[in-house]
Design a protein around this ligand. Structure first.
Ligand code: ATP
Ligand code: MG
Length: 351
């Protein structure tokens, strides 16, 4: 055995496909979500029989396959040519958070191109005319990020045959759903639960097959990452750890990914999901930095500063704080106030 056998040479890599570790990557199969995918398909099936589809509210914490399962079903529809009869429409409401942005996206997906100089209302009319020649599945992902629910209401009213799936990880969002929408949608609730240890291990191992050279993972290093991922309950964190450990090993020119590399990756794990930091809007980033500068003050005091540069209502502001808390950016503690009531004190987590 030569001295350099364990050393990676300059043009060698531990990865065969690094992209397969991206959170956006859609693997060929989605193990352990078969039942949920079947359920989604059942809701859509009536549309293929010229009837109306079922609506769903899909809930569950971050990184457990809600988006992936929904996109899988749409992809399968396309692969089987069912998009001839039903438009598969997917919108990420975090990215398209206004009615205008959303309807532009929908127009693009249904192939309507004459969008210039038109207002949202006109575009909704144009898009629904096209959609009504067939039927549609609308998936509104991260729906709690939508500025106004009016457009959902309008699509419910104007599109004849459809299934609407709303996805959120804000558990009590249903109570924020406009009553007019709720009573028209009457959605069933499909709850996604975090994967258990064995499922997490299986999912990560399959992902490794796509992305790493065979045999580069040390058993113990992988166990460490599986355990950490199962503890967090978020596959996205697991993918982050696999990639970071691989990169750490490559940096040291090691041919194997060892426990030390896994530990280094774990030490880099932010205390919020990796996606969330990237997904924050400019406005949210500004709000977090404002809170950082006012760490430990009450919600009301922070709103006082915030409202100098914003016309958002206190209620909207409180909702934002709650969302950022749920996403793991903030700590909100309720304390007794000086006047005898209660007050909420807000702090950033990474401060
Ligand atoms: N069963 C699975 N098999 C393979 N990969 C999975 C599985 N479940 C989730 N993943 C992967 O984990 C990552 C996160 O999943 P996904 O984006 O669906 O999370 P989510 O539940 O929509 O989370 P969020 O609420 O934060 O949007 C994706 O890369 C996805 O491909
Ligand atoms: Mg998602």
């Amino acid at each position: 055995m030569g001295l350099f056998d364990e050393t990676l040479s300059g043009d060698e890599s531990l990865f065969v496909n690094e992209l397969a570790l991206d959170a956006e990557f859609l693997p060929k199969n989605l193990p352990h979500r078969e039942n949920q995918q079947q359920y989604l398909a059942e809701c859509i099936k009536p549309l293929l029989q010229k009837r109306n589809g079922k609506n769903l509210l899909i809930i569950g914490p971050s990184g457990i396959g809600k988006t992936a399962a929904a996109k899988f079903v749409l992809r399968e529809m396309e692969e089987r040519g069912l998009d001839e009869e039903v438009f598969p429409i997917y919108v990420n409401c975090w990215k398209k958070d206004t009615a205008y942005k959303m309807i532009l996206d929908i127009c693009e997906q249904v192939g309507f191109k004459h969008v210039f100089n038109k207002k949202a209302d006109e575009l909704i009319k144009d898009a629904t005319t096209i959609i009504n020649k067939k039927a549609a599945v609308f998936i509104f992902d991260e729906v709690d990020k939508l500025e106004s629910q009016q457009i959902i209401y309008q699509l419910i009213e104007d599109v004849y045959r459809k299934s609407i799936f709303l996805i959120t990880n804000t558990s009590d969002w249903m109570s924020e759903l406009d009553q007019r929408i709720k009573s028209r949608l009457i959605p069933e609730i499909l709850e996604f639960k975090p994967y258990n240890h064995a499922e997490t291990e299986d999912i990560l191992k399959k992902r490794i097959n796509y992305s790493f050279v065979k045999g580069v993972w040390n058993e113990e290093a992988l166990t460490l990452i599986v355990e950490k991922t199962a503890e967090i309950g978020d596959i996205r964190s697991g993918l982050f750890l696999l990639k970071e450990a691989g990169l750490a090993a490559e940096k040291k020119s090691s041919k194997k990914i060892l426990v030390g590399h896994a530990e280094e990756a774990i030490s880099k794990l932010p205390n919020f999901g990796p996606k969330k930091a990237e997904g924050l809007s400019e406005e949210e980033k500004e709000l977090i930095s404002l809170i950082k500068n006012n760490n430990g003050k009450s919600t009301a005091q922070i709103y006082e500063v915030y409202s100098k540069n914003s016309d958002k209502s206190y209620r909207t502001f409180q909702r934002k704080i709650k969302e950022l808390e749920e996403a793991g950016f903030l700590n909100v503690e309720t304390k007794p106030s000086e006047k005898g009531g209660k007050t909420s004190v807000v702090k950033t987590k990474q401060a």
